[in-house]
Write a protein that binds this ligand. Structure first.
Ligand SMILES: C[S@@+](CC[C@H](N)C(=O)[O-])C[C@H]1O[C@@H](n2cnc3c(N)ncnc32)[C@H](O)[C@@H]1O
Length: 203
């Protein structure tokens, strides 16, 4: 951890707020903000969260879907177990071709919402990081094509750059509406934005 990074964390309002409010990550506030603005999640929903570790988004989703909903997290890294019986976890690379069938089994059917906050380790070389991020976003989109209910929504993290517009157009072919959203909890100097695609036209 570099000195600058430590200093930034000490000054990070969302980092401390997450500690105080019991969220596993500051990222929880990004999903909360998007949900409050666009009404993404509902009680009883089945939610798939790709790249879910350490689990801030899982906590937010679980609170909103409630006991009648189901939440499934996927990550290459493990997570600390949750007590909730309606939350399950698959440790898997989201680019694995067999993932969609594992998801459908674990979730007991298709999801109402697919989330992806998956991101690679940042190299600091802009073109490399952009390409790696877009590869994960495309893998999340391919997974959503097989695991999302018609009419459902996909929220996926991307990095701004050359490949973004092509990806946005691909989503537009399969969803009724696609917006680019940048929640306040996302650092303003970061290239990170989210695509919110609503009204899936069906696989
Ligand atoms: C920013 S973190 C997600 C934070 C999470 N939304 C939360 O609220 O705690 C990004 C995650 O993407 C995961 N990831 C990166 N590449 C992946 C891959 N190929 N398959 C699955 N997960 C991946 C990382 O392991 C990391 O846990």
């Amino acid at each position: 951890m570099t000195r600058n990074w430590r200093l930034e964390r000490r000054q990070d309002h969302y980092y401390w707020r997450a500690k105080r409010e019991g969220y596993r990550s500051r990222a929880a506030y990004k999903l909360l903000e998007i949900h409050r603005k666009y009404g993404l999640l509902k009680p009883g929903f089945k939610v798939l969260d790709l790249g879910c570790s350490p689990g801030g988004w899982l906590q937010v989703a679980l609170n909103i879907v409630g006991p009648k909903g189901r939440v499934l997290g996927v990550d290459v890294n493990p997570i600390k177990p949750f007590k909730a019986e309606n939350l399950s976890f698959l440790q898997c690379d989201l680019r694995k071709p067999e993932l969609p069938s594992l998801i459908l089994k674990k979730l007991g059917g298709k999801a109402d919402v697919v989330l992806s906050d998956a991101s690679p380790n940042i190299s600091g070389v802009w073109e490399v990081d952009h390409a790696r991020q877009m590869e994960l976003a495309e893998a999340a989109y391919r997974t959503a094509l097989e695991t999302l209910k018609p009419g459902g929504s996909l929220l996926v993290k991307v990095f701004e750059g050359d490949l973004l517009e092509g990806f946005r157009k691909t989503l537009k072919e399969n969803f009724g509406k696609v917006r680019i959203v940048k929640p306040k909890a996302s650092r303003s100097r970061s290239a990170e934005v989210y695509l919110l695609a609503e009204g899936f036209k069906g696989g």
